[in-house]
Design a protein around this ligand. Structure first.
Ligand code: DX5
Ligand code: ZN
Length: 233
């Protein structure tokens, strides 16, 4: 496989949406111990997406249970009035959707002004051209590989080509390519080969319900992706 640009580090980011919400702190600690790199935090408002999850107070309550990166994925519109609350709650990355409002550049500026890494997410139907002129403002691009709102959906295969095209568009910039939705080990391998370096997985990590199963699940995703990257496992 040709590697025209140096690959960014491989990251596995369990989506806490699939955790047992009655034991959030313990679940965060368990996936940390099981080898998670980032904690992916899905915030849904019942307006931008047809589901409601949790907000900054719940994230703040989870914060003491791990030192790992809090990778917030805001599926909310508007997002601007809430960015500061998510920063104060302990999020390290704040990702907003390109479709969530008319002033994406301003939202990304605000996230960086809060001292956080700025991410932009694209729904499956949104073309890469939506972010062409904000790349200088972005630390991470999150490619949605399901329609956002729910865990446990099937991966949309056309998103492999989107990742390939995104990687070419980024042309070696220091920007993470993260993919979210329906990621299981064989999909992880295809995504890694296409150039994604950060893989979100909810149901595929939390199945089994114990720290030992979380470790086996994370290892399976990481090993599949690492092999596709030509790395030792
Ligand atoms: C969907 C969320 C995802 C979701 C992934 O709107 O953004 O992070 O939790 O769950 P799985 O891995 O089960 O598709
Ligand atoms: Zn997500």
């Amino acid at each position: 496989m040709s590697q025209p640009f140096a690959p960014r580090p491989l990251v596995i980011a369990p989506s806490i949406l699939a955790a047992d919400f009655a034991r959030l702190g313990e679940e965060v600690r368990a996936v940390d111990q099981a080898g998670a790199d980032w904690m992916h935090l899905d915030v849904m408002d019942g307006h931008f997406v047809p589901n409601i999850s949790y907000g900054p107070d719940v994230i703040k309550a989870m914060r003491p249970y791990t030192k790992k990166i809090f990778d917030a994925h805001l599926m909310i519109a508007p997002c601007d009035p809430y960015l500061e609350a998510f920063a104060k709650a302990g999020c390290d990355h704040i990702t907003v959707h390109a479709e969530a409002g008319p002033h994406l550049h301003r939202s990304l500026q605000s996230i960086r002004a809060l001292g956080k890494k700025a991410g932009v997410s694209l729904n499956p139907a949104t073309p890469l051209s939506a972010i062409e002129y904000v790349l200088d403002m972005v630390d991470l691009v999150l490619v949605m590989s399901v329609n956002p709102g729910f865990g446990g959906q099937a991966f949309i295969p056309a998103m492999i080509n989107k990742v390939t095209d995104l990687r070419a568009m980024l042309a070696g910039r220091p920007i993470d390519i993260e993919v979210d939705g329906g990621v299981v080990p064989d999909v992880a391998a295809k995504l890694a080969a296409a150039g994604a370096n950060a893989l979100v997985a909810g149901s595929a990590v939390f199945k089994g319900g114990t720290e030992a199963s979380y470790k086996a699940n994370i290892d399976a995703i990481r090993n599949a992706a690492a092999m596709a990257r030509g790395e030792m496992v």
